[in-house]
Design a protein around this ligand. Sequence first.
Ligand code: AMP
Length: 124
Amino acid sequence: MVHATEAYNPENIFAKILRGEIPCTPVYEDDYALAFPDINPQAPVHILVIPKGDYVSAADFAANAPPEMITGFMRALGKVAAAAGLEDSGYRLISNAGPDSHQEVPHLHYHILGGQPVGPLVVK
Ligand code: AMP
């Protein structure tokens, strides 16, 4: 389980993907972001978008990423959702942080989920 304020661990699986040590099938890549399908999809479209930098969480990213990285990454999120054909039908963006969210991988990532109604925001 990832602690919300833990230091960045460069041995996490997404860091290894960024370094090319573990394969993925990119659906988008630029100077700021890499996007690839989730290995365990929870919806017909389930894409992960990760920044090319050492950030554990959205809070870490917001506090420590340079402005051009924040801008570039946010633009990448929008481009990936659009390229996946989700703009009309809609989609959900999720970024888990810390134990209550069940964050598994301690590298900031956004899940883009769509392709069908994705249900309530929080399971009761
Ligand atoms: P989270 O619980 O928000 O940290 O989500 C981590 C996600 O990463 C899960 O949905 C996993 O299925 C996904 N995942 C783990 N390893 C890989 C991998 N090698 N390639 C693609 N997705 C992965």
